[in-house]
Ligand binder design. Structure first.
Ligand SMILES: [Fe+2]
Length: 201
């Protein structure tokens, strides 16, 4: 009998397998999807109030994954890397992630981490960078993303956003919340990001 976590991993994989993009296809082929489960204590966060609207906003191909997460939010080990001292209490109440697999996720993987990030409406996730290379795919649209010294651009659900190692990036949500799928590879997979656009972390 598959667990809710098996279903989560399967839907995460199925969503990625449907993304028509070489970078993603290569990563999907490279990941060993038969991962051992890890038992995590459920943890709730303020941002979980957005998961129903996220599931409603998500396009058809992201519905199975976002709906499962919304329906089982209370069984999942949600996390935060920042504290109120970093970006304020308003950010903390509107931010969180779920690591599906990785060094601390629901499945054990020391080579690559994959999960889901939530940001509530009208939130700025300021410039930050990290050693790990990162692929993001927003599952809801309307958020502005910026990388390096570039400007903010609105990205639709399903667009593939690639952050090379140590390149600074930032996000700014609009009137709707964001859920974005992420993959991290090639660095300490649980490292807290370095804040700011200058320097190398
Ligand atoms: Fe990042």
């Amino acid at each position: 009998m598959p667990t809710i976590f098996d279903e989560l991993l399967e839907r995460f994989h199925a969503y990625l397998a449907g993304v028509d993009h070489d970078l993603v296809a290569n990563e999907v082929a490279r990941i060993g999807w038969d991962m051992p489960a890890r038992s995590l204590e459920p943890r709730a966060l303020g941002c979980l109030g957005y998961v129903d609207s996220i599931a409603a906003l998500a396009p058809a191909d992201a519905k199975p994954l976002t709906r499962l997460v919304a329906d089982h939010r209370g069984e999942l080990g949600w996390g935060q890397t920042y504290s109120a001292a970093d970006f304020g209490q308003g950010f903390i109440d509107n931010y969180g992630w779920l690591e599906v697999f990785g060094t601390r996720g629901h499945f054990v993987n020391d080579a690559v981490a994959g999960g889901l990030l939530i940001l509530g409406p009208n939130i700025v996730y300021p410039d930050h960078h990290h050693i790990a290379e990162e692929i993001y795919i927003p599952l809801t649209g309307g958020t502005e993303w910026r990388m390096g010294e570039g400007d903010f651009h609105i990205r639709d659900a399903g667009e593939v956003i690639h952050h090379a190692s140590n390149v600074s990036h930032a996000m700014r949500t609009g009137k709707e919340p964001l859920m974005a799928l992420y993959l991290w590879r090639g660095g300490p997979l649980a490292q807290k990001s370095t804040i700011g656009s200058e320097g190398r972390g």
